[in-house]
Design a protein around this ligand. Structure first.
Ligand SMILES: [Zn+2]
Length: 193
């Protein structure tokens, strides 16, 4: 497990998160997955508190090998927000923050968690707008649109991102964030089409 192999990095992750999260909590769960939990506040430009989201961040067992990002789950809002349509929230409430290869975040950097929180911040601001639009569609019947640019959801979005990158080295980490080499992951999936 990465947190056993690199306790310094694991400590660093916890130190960064403890500054940014209220009710900060961290540990190793029964699957031996290192996790961080806490309340993340999103403020308006005028400093009003927009949302308080409860997050759980789970680290892949081989973190940060081949730039595989942590998974971020939304633990709050499940009674108010919908994880359907264009919401970029998976059925298990994992936030679909980016196609990892496109995120611009180097997870081998010891301060990458700051960058991840910056992405989460923007994501939650947009999610808030989207969820308002979604609630409105129940009345108007319009289709709710995600605010701003985005990739398609899931597998389709990964393919769009890889196409947009032009070329990916065979031995480079797959842009989907699986932690596998490109040739062992999406390069095969593309070949099969
Ligand atoms: Zn892949």
């Amino acid at each position: 497990m990465w947190h056993e192999a690199d306790p310094v990095r694991w400590k660093r992750e916890q130190a960064i998160a403890s500054k940014l999260l209220g009710d900060f909590e961290s540990g190793i769960d029964s699957n031996r997955t290192a996790y961080i939990r806490g309340t993340f506040n999103v403020y308006s430009e005028h400093g009003h508190l927009y949302e308080s989201a409860r997050l759980r961040i789970e680290y892949p067992k081989t973190f940060p090998v081949r730039n595989q990002p942590p998974s971020v789950y939304l633990e709050s809002h499940r009674d108010r927000w919908k994880n359907s349509g264009d919401s970029h929230i998976e059925s298990d409430w994992r936030l679909c923050l980016f196609v990892p290869g496109e995120s611009g975040i180097d997870f081998s950097s010891p301060t990458s968690l700051n960058d991840l929180f910056a992405v989460i911040y923007t994501f939650l601001l947009k999610q808030r707008i989207y969820q308002k639009r979604l609630a409105k569609t129940l009345i108007t019947g319009d289709v709710a649109k995600w605010p701003g640019e985005d990739r398609s959801h899931g597998e389709q979005g990964i393919r769009e991102a890889i196409r947009a990158m032009g070329s990916v080295g065979r031995n480079a980490p797959c842009p989907c964030g699986s932690g596998l080499k490109y040739k062992k992951c999406h390069m095969r999936k593309f070949d099969r089409r």
